[in-house]
Each structure stands twice: as C-alpha cells, then as structure tokens.
Design a protein around this ligand. Sequence first.
Ligand SMILES: Cc1cc2nc3c(=O)[nH]c(=O)nc-3n(C[C@H](O)[C@H](O)[C@H](O)COP(=O)(O)OP(=O)(O)OC[C@H]3O[C@@H](n4cnc5c(N)ncnc54)[C@H](O)[C@@H]3O)c2cc1C
Length: 355
Amino acid sequence: MSSCVVVGAGMAGLTAAGIMRSRSCKVTILDKGRGVGGRMATRRIGASRFDHGAQFFTVRDARFREAVENWERAGLVAPWFSEDGHVRYRAIGGMNALAKHLAEPLQVRTETKVERVEPAWQVILESGETLQADTLLLTPPAPQSAGLVSSWIDCSGIEFDPCFALLAVLDGPSLVPEPGYMRPESGPIEWLADNTRKGVSQGRPAITIHTRADFTREYFDAPQDLVAQLLFEAAKAWIGSAPAVWQLHRWRYSKPLPVNLPPCLFTAGPAPLAVAGDAFAGGRVEGAFLSGLAAAEELLKGSGRWCAGPGENAAIAACPWLSPFLHRFTENGPKGNREAHFAVRALPARPSRSS
Ligand SMILES: Cc1cc2nc3c(=O)[nH]c(=O)nc-3n(C[C@H](O)[C@H](O)[C@H](O)COP(=O)(O)OP(=O)(O)OC[C@H]3O[C@@H](n4cnc5c(N)ncnc54)[C@H](O)[C@@H]3O)c2cc1C
C-alpha cells in the first residue's frame, strides 16, 4: 500500500485525503493547529460560539455542487441567504463542524507542525521526528507551503490579504438585521455577523467582526486593545457600547489575491508531489475543495493508483459525498504520464543513503 502525507487539514487537505484514502493509499494528515478545519474555524467563548474564519460558502462548480448537495441531504449544511444570484451556505453548528465531519474517517495528527520536507519524501516535524511517504501533498496557505520547500518551488507571486477577526459576546441583542450580517460600505469593518441570528450560537448574542485589508495592514502589529477599541467604535450603531468579553484573532493569510494559476502544482519526480490550497483555484472554500480534488487526481495518477482500489467501498460507506468523484475518476481512467506543469524548479536529487 502506498503512503501519502498531507500537510494541512483545511478543506483542500481533507478533500484530497478523503479521495486518496479511498484509493487504498495510507494517508496521514498533519496539522499544526489544535483541531482540523484551518480557516473554516469556529471558536467558543463561554457558552457562545463564533465562526471566526470563513463565514459561508458559495457554489459555482458542478463538482462542488454535488458534494454540497450530499452535505445538505446529510444535514451538515443549509442555505443561509442569497446574494448576486448565489446561495450562501452555512455549516450547521459552525463551519468547523463540516471540517470535523470530513476528517472523521481520516487519520489526522493535530498539533503537529512540519518544519521542512526533503525529497522523496521525508517530512521533518518540529518535534524532530521524521516521517517517510511515497507521495506528498502540501496544502498550507501557498507562502507557507513555499517555506517548506522554498529551494525548489516558487510560490512567490502569490500574496494574501490579512484580516482581523474580533469576537464579542454582547449583553443584549445586536441591531444586526436578519438574516444576521452587515457589510458596511466604508470604514475598517468589512463584515459583521451575529452568530446567534445565523444559528451558530445558542448562548448570549455573539458577534464576529472582520476588517478590510488596508486597515488590517496598518494595525497588524498594534496592541489588541487599540484595535478592538477602534472596531467597537466603528460598530457602535449595530452593537451599542463595547462589550466586556471579546477576543481578537489576526489572520495573516486570510484570502489570496486573485492570480491565474492551475488548480494545483504537481510534479511526478523523484516521487509524486502536489501543492494545493485556495490560492490555486479561487480564495474560497469552494476553491480549496477544487484544488484538493485536482491534487488528489494528479497524485493518484502519479502513483499509479488511478483505478479503483479494494478500500473503495468502505471509504464510500464512511464518506458518501465522495462517491460521485470516485465514479468520475473510474470513468475517466488514466491519461498517461504528465509533465510537471507549473513553477516546479528542478528538484534536487534523492539524497544518497550515506549522506
Ligand atoms: C477571515 C476569513 C474570512 C473568510 N471568509 C470566507 C467566506 O465567507 N467564504 C469563503 O468561501 N471563504 C472564506 N474565507 C476563505 C476560506 O476560509 C479559505 O479559502 C479556505 O478555508 C482555505 O482552505 P485551505 O485548505 O486551502 O487552507 P487552510 O484552511 O488555511 O488549511 C491549511 C492548514 O495547513 C495548516 N498548516 C500550515 N502550515 C503548517 C505546517 N508547517 N505544518 C502543519 N500544518 C500546517 C494550517 O494549520 C491549516 O489548518 C475566509 C477566510 C478568512 C481567514
């Protein structure tokens, strides 16, 4: 059985890992966070619950639509509101609950930071431990992936906006109208959501505030009390006076700036390697899903695991939303060897055993 290490348990890594596992790869996901989900993050303060990364997701691609329809049938997601002709979906219980569901059948090691990787493939952890893998998939935000393999993959053209997430428990109901969000036209606040109206929090009113990129850049290293004070002042019309209980989170990598890229980077040699994540297929949950899908496809072809494997039925039973993709893979079949198709520089030779 071939082995694959996936770095990152966000939507891209979880999607790819689920598909690869169903092809009888032994997949281990590593994530430095305390839990899975990456930017699909939900946090508690007392009895209140907050989505503090992605707030919702939209659906444009038919493959993602199939997955979302399966999740909706399973009661994992539901429409929240519609805008610009697109439904905004929320995950029941918070965005992180969907990630936890996807991770359930997978082998995930959290609080496991990857320090660097060496060809074909050795994954060196911060703890000093080294893992071996036949194939490797990197899904951290692209600049962080590049940091793990900087000498031979160039992701330098990819930039992310930063964002503050201010989470606050209010003493009384907010003035955020139904269905529970605001997009101020100017000022530091880009987005303000009432997690209670959204159905994520059952406790006291729970507000998430996200900031515009220019404000975030200016105040990124400022004391958190100052940032919170400025944001509560800007949000006064919807939340009243500053609440006693709040937390500030700094997202250094929030959403990637749009660039024209293939859905993942891939090279077949000296052993299959892919780099995926939202930067490659649109800075959204959907983009991360599609990038993970593309990476799994490339890695399965690169490792000769394209055809159905014996673990497939068990995988579908555990993870029914995968089945349409497995079907499609089987229909398409192998397309032969592919060249590395983007920005992968000459890889260093596999180190000799004695070095
Ligand atoms: C504030 C904010 C608001 C957003 N709003 C929306 C929205 O409304 N709608 C929408 O569609 N999208 C939104 N997004 C974007 C969306 O969250 C992302 O596009 C998507 O979740 C990215 O998934 P991913 O798997 O590519 O990356 P991530 O979710 O970032 O996953 C990467 C994982 O890699 C891990 N990692 C990184 N480095 C290492 C390492 N060295 N070792 C081990 N693990 C590592 C991280 O811990 C992380 O869990 C928002 C994002 C933010 C931050």
